[in-house]
Design a protein around this ligand. Structure first.
Ligand code: UTP
Length: 408
């Protein structure tokens, strides 16, 4: 992109200050900045000025789940259908590992975190071992896509290589980088990280599918006849991945998606809850729930909003392709962002000084035709590592691994 074209693009969205230091830069830095401007979609920034409208929700109503008891009654049927789909090569796994892992605060990729006690056991290893269980059961090497970000792509690839893909077949693993979004100050102006670089952050886990398609991986899905994508978080070390019962139940339900859910520990547990919004399946976040919703019960005293999502979904490829045309809601997070000021001086923020834009995975549900909420046993499938200590931490995850007979 030429300087003139970059200026034109920026003027059209009121961000021309991003070229303020252009004349001071070396030729290489000038080229890098122009390339970044060319590749950046500044339209996401508009979300800042219509935040309230964006956050508005439709009419929320309760949604129940296929319960553990109901699943166990039909387990064989579900298992058979799921195994068939896996053996036919119709199912793949997508690991979302593009997050920053700020709360855990590790130096490298979160998946490289060692949760072992007597021996090294890495988070990535735990997830691959869970997928290997199904590969063995089905006699099929399920394709595994790993989403990274600009911040952790190289170390993630290196880590898999260094550990021989934890026993998985290397040619079945494909890495791709997720898209980045510019960050803005509270005045709506995009921030500069350096004089030659726009400040960006990963565009949230809802960007996984569009990033995958932009990375050219749609052709693998099409060529291999993949119809279902099991997408999951990096941090839950107990979750089953592509397990045939879940795959089969979703396919047989006729829905375009399945969402693993857990029964909430109590009305105040801080998890997003599966629900209906204007008649379509959606997730309502803990912070969006009123006291009335939290405590609402049915005739038999069961909580109506009782099933929390664990961010493990099965999506139909066809449904996702159709949904690509729809803009997902943009969520705005106020954060401390390292940047430079108008004079080019470094700003070390003590308080939030700007916003990051994120898409959320559960917003994809609204574009799909139906979703099966599929209950899993919390103690067996939900051991997220979000924090250093306390709730959802290394300590709690280790305890749960022990209960499930996993040696650490
Ligand atoms: P979290 O919301 O827990 O965020 O991500 P995080 O970045 O891992 O951790 P914090 O909030 O900074 O402490 C849930 C899942 O979504 C992925 C994460 O890697 C994790 O698997 N994710 C999140 C992405 O892949 N990309 C993103 O932009 C954000």
């Amino acid at each position: 992109m030429t300087y003139e074209n970059a200026l034109k693009k920026l003027v059209s969205c009121g961000q021309e200050h991003l070229l303020a230091f252009y004349d001071e830069l070396s030729d290489d830095s000038k080229a890098a900045l122009l390339e970044q401007i060319d590749g950046t979609d500044f339209s996401i920034v508009d979300a800042f000025s219509c935040e309230e409208a964006n956050a508005a929700r439709g009419e929320i109503s309760p949604l129940s789940a296929l319960t553990v008891e109901e699943i166990s009654e039909k387990e064989e049927e579900f298992r058979k259908a799921g195994l068939q789909a896996i053996q036919d090569g119709k199912v793949c796994a997508v690991l979302m590992a593009g997050g920053m892992g700020t709360r855990l605060g590790t130096a490298g990729p979160k998946g490289a975190y060692d949760i072992g006690i007597t021996k090294p056991v890495y988070i990535f290893q735990r997830l691959v071992e869970n997928l290997l269980d199904v590969a063995r059961e089905s006699g099929t090497w399920i394709r595994l896509f790993v989403m990274t970000s600009e911040f952790n792509d190289e170390p993630t690839r290196w880590f898999f290589e260094e550990h021989s893909y934890f026993g998985y077949r290397p040619d079945k693993v494909v890495f791709f980088k997720q898209d980045m979004a510019p960050t803005v100050g509270f005045d709506g102006k995009v921030l500069l990280e350096r004089k030659d670089r726009i400040s960006t952050s990963p565009n949230g886990n809802g960007g996984w599918f569009s990033s995958m398609i932009r990375a050219g991986l749609g052709s693998i899905l099409e060529e291999e006849g993949i119809e279902w994508l099991n997408v999951f978080n990096v941090d839950n070390v107990l979750q089953r991945i592509c397990n045939p019962e879940f795959v089969g139940a979703t396919i047989l339900s006729g829905c375009e998606a399945g969402a693993k859910v857990i029964r909430k520990a109590g009305p105040d547990e801080k998890v997003g809850v599966i629900c209906k919004e204007d008649g379509r399946t959606a997730v309502v976040e803990y912070t969006e729930m009123t006291d009335e919703m939290r405590n609402a019960v049915d005739d038999s005293g069961e909580y109506l909003y009782n099933f929390g999502v664990i961010s493990n979904y099965l999506f139909s490829f066809k449904g996702l392709m159709r949904g690509l045309d729809q803009q997902l809601p943009i969520h705005i997070a106020r954060k401390k962002i390292a940047c430079i000021d108008a004079e080019g001086k470094e700003v070390k923020a003590e308080e939030p000084n700007g916003c990051k834009f994120e898409l959320f995975i559960f917003d994809l549900l609204r574009a799909l035709e139906g979703c099966l909420p599929y209950e899993v046993v919390r103690e067996c499938e939900f051991a997220p590592i979000k924090n250093k200590t306390g709730v959802d931490s290394l300590e709690t995850a280790r305890e749960l691994c022990k209960k499930n007979g996993i040696e650490l």
